[in-house]
Design a protein around this ligand. Structure first.
Ligand code: MN
Ligand code: MN
Length: 460
């Protein structure tokens, strides 16, 4: 297996670095699923995409070449370019997710102890809790005001903003802590974020002066009342910026690359579809993948099939139900999600002969799952061959892999839920080092070929 950099022309290398810059700008601007949704929606609008709800209502005519975007509760979306063919012949979909592991505020998060204000969190997704202490954190979210308006919150991203952090015990006093297994080293209830300390001098009858301090901050900065904070949705994420990694700047270190690296690549690939396609091309960015693709914004919901049902209804208003079933059965989908890159420091966790490597191109997985392929979407050989042949014909470096050593663990993607609908599905995405850590690592070459691979799929 060749290194993806080795045969790269000077021009392609320039393209790789340029594309990476744009991707890193996106990562800094979109650290939550809501922010990613808003970012893509605004890009889509600039490219002439229209709101699919206006097409359903008849305000805009449905026709081939139309570019549409369907918002799903501001946390996931479907962008599509309508093709000339009957949807019963199937669609082309690249499906990814835009949620990432993080720390969410508890419903009643604020408390004070020993002169310090804290925010209690409940972690979201699979995290190693010890990685989330003593790093700078930012707070992102929304507050719904009593009049129904939204206020977007982002604190800790601008250089002039304060940041937040979780304390850890000093080594000098850690004898007992370090003897714990790592899974117990930092218990979930220790993930309390330091939010301030300034308000000691309030009068003694003032209850929770630090909570008051926080309420005052939101009133002053955002004109938000304390009772409006009760229903707010806040997510804490690493305050790091996406950075070039290494002397040669060939790698990217950033938060949330799982799975925004595939989401971004898929979306950019859709924007590159310039001719009216035969088959409708869809970029589906789902939410809640990190907690099982559940809920009305997750890939297990009806959101995607509802969208497809509407397409079928335009084509076959009298037989939309059976059209939908035929369409789903004939649809081809790339499950665009990251995989583990082989980490030589932890070689024992992998089967090296079946691992994906950083810098060796787009990783294709026939199946995911754990313990005897449990919960896997195991792609059929015919579809696997079709997809990898397409990559080869288009000069896309690709590698076939399985995530780690058998029976060590494993994981799933949205693939199984898409396959349940009858679609042909295969997992393919970018290899990542330190996946789910606050600072994940990807290769710029792999990013670029992920984008090029999805682009080849849409244009095939
Ligand atoms: Mn993922
Ligand atoms: Mn993940």
């Amino acid at each position: 297996m060749k290194n993806a950099w080795s045969d790269m022309s000077e021009k392609t290398r320039k393209d790789v670095f340029f594309f990476s810059e744009e991707y890193m700008d996106f990562l800094d601007a979109a650290k939550t699923e809501r922010e990613a949704c808003a970012y893509f929606t605004s890009l889509a609008e600039n490219e002439g995409f229209v709101d699919f709800d206006d097409v359903i209502s008849g305000k805009i005519d449905f026709k081939p070449g139309l570019k549409v975007i369907k918002n799903i509760h501001n946390k996931s979306f479907i962008a599509a370019i309508i093709g000339t063919e009957d949807p019963e012949n199937g669609l082309k979909i690249v499906g990814s997710h835009i949620d990432s592991p993080r720390l969410d505020f508890k419903p009643r998060p604020y408390y004070e102890d020993s002169g310090i204000g804290y925010i209690k969190t409940h972690y979201y997704g699979g995290i190693k809790k010890y990685q989330w202490v003593t790093i700078p954190l930012s707070i992102h979210g929304i507050v719904i005001k009593k009049d129904g308006s939204y206020v977007d919150i982002s604190i800790g991203e601008k250089d002039s903003d304060p940041v937040f952090t979780i304390s850890d015990l000093l080594p000098h006093l850690s004898q007992e802590q370090i003897e714990q297994p790592v899974s117990k080293f930092i218990p979930a209830e220790n993930l309390n974020i330091i939010s301030g300390s300034l308000c000691f001098d309030t009068s003694d009858d003032e209850k929770d002066p630090l909570k008051k301090c926080l309420e005052d901050y939101f009133k002053k900065e955002y004109d938000i009342d304390p009772d409006e904070l009760l229903t707010a949705e806040f997510e804490c994420v690493p305050a790091f910026k996406a950075r070039d990694l290494g002397f040669d700047r060939s790698l990217i270190a950033a938060y949330g690359q799982d799975d925004r690296i595939c989401a971004y690549s898929a979306f950019r690939a859709l924007l590159d579809v310039k001719e009216i396609p035969q088959k409708t091309c869809i970029c589906y960015c789902s939410d809640k993948e990190e907690i099982g693709s559940v809920g009305n914004t997750g890939a297990q919901s009806y959101a995607l099939s509802n969208f497809i049902a509407e397409l079928c209804n335009f084509a076959h208003p009298d037989t939309a139900f059976i059209s939908l079933r035929r369409c789903l059965a004939n649809t081809k989908l790339l499950s665009a999600d990251v995989t583990a890159a082989f980490d030589p420091t932890y070689a024992n966790a992998y089967d090296k002969t079946n691992a994906a490597f950083c810098g060796k191109g787009l990783a294709v997985q026939k199946y995911t799952g754990a313990r005897g392929k449990s919960s896997a979407s195991d792609a059929n050989a015919e579809y696997l061959a079709e997809v990898v042949n397409l990559f080869t014909e288009n000069g896309i470096p690709w590698q076939i892999n399985e995530m780690g050593r058998t029976d060590l663990g494993g994981g799933g993607t949205i693939a199984q839920y898409m396959a349940n609908l009858g679609m042909s599905v295969i997992d393919c995405g970018t290899p990542i080092l330190s996946m789910h850590a606050p600072y994940e690592i990807s290769s710029k070459a792999d990013l670029y070929y992920t984008y090029k691979g999805y682009s080849a799929f849409f244009n095939s």
